[in-house]
Design a protein around this ligand. Structure first.
Ligand SMILES: *Cc1c(COP(=O)(O)O)cnc(C)c1O
Length: 228
């Protein structure tokens, strides 16, 4: 993992922020987009440099790596997001880290297990329901069909989980219309869930964040394009 030059990181960040702005205003001037910098392919030094350039929200997909980085950078006022599959045996570790947002709540079983352990620790966690919008076997998450009901069910049965919205990973395809379809169907679910208090629609990564924003995303998770 190379240490990147500050000017390189500045250029990457500026370009992404500019592109976010361009995509955002095609939807609405009032639509605010949050950028979460995904550090899983990069070193702690680069995260620190990005912080010095103004970036505050960071995401990791493994509890162990999240812990190392949160610990190493605990003096900095950063937001940390968990964005990867959570194994049952890591639940307590994640709770102890108190992440800002756990974006990958991907099964009812996990929700119940997480809720139980949160209750034992008298703790709460902000979470997003992960939706497998393109129904891909390689991805975890709730199917589009069941998402709305499951969201309500978790809201009713898991008082220690604060559901804030939904997250999806765009369809794995070179066909833009397929990716767009997966974002559109996710947005439809989000739109319905706004009445249930949902306020975060997390979709879009390095390859598809502009498309995701045009489909209604208000949180993008970008790694490789930022740390190139
Ligand atoms: C790795 C990862 C990202 C960032 O991916 P890039 O293509 O490198 O931008 C976003 N979301 C999730 C869930 C990831 O695992």
């Amino acid at each position: 993992m190379d240490i990147l030059d500050k000017e390189q990181l500045r250029a990457n960040l500026d370009e992404i922020i500019w592109n976010i702005e361009q995509a955002r205003i095609t939807v609405s001037e009032h639509n605010i987009i949050k950028l979460v910098a995904v550090g899983k392919y990069t070193s702690i030094d680069n995260i620190e440099t990005l912080y010095s350039l103004g970036q505050r929200a960071f995401g990791e997909n493994q509890v162990q790596q999240l812990k190392e980085r949160m610990t190493a950078l605990e003096e900095l006022p950063l937001e940390w997001h968990m964005i990867g599959s959570l194994q049952k045996n890591k639940i307590n570790n994640l709770i102890n880290l108190r992440p800002t947002l756990m974006q990958s709540l991907d099964s009812l079983e996990l929700a119940h297990e997480l809720n139980k352990k949160l209750a034992l620790k008298e703790s709460k966690m902000n979470c997003l329901l992960q939706i497998n919008a393109a129904n891909e076997v390689s991805k975890s998450g709730f199917s589009s069909d069941e998402s709305y009901d499951m969201y309500q069910r978790i809201n009713e049965t898991c008082p220690n989980i604060n559901l804030k919205g939904i997250m999806t990973i765009g369809a794995h395809s070179k066909d833009t219309s397929r990716i767009q379809k997966s974002f559109e169907s996710t947005y439809t679910i989000y739109d319905k869930l706004q009445k249930e208090g949902a306020s975060i629609c997390s979709m879009g990564m390095s390859a598809d964040y502009e498309l995701a924003i045009k489909c209604g995303s208000n949180l993008v998770r970008i790694g490789s394009l930022l740390f190139k």
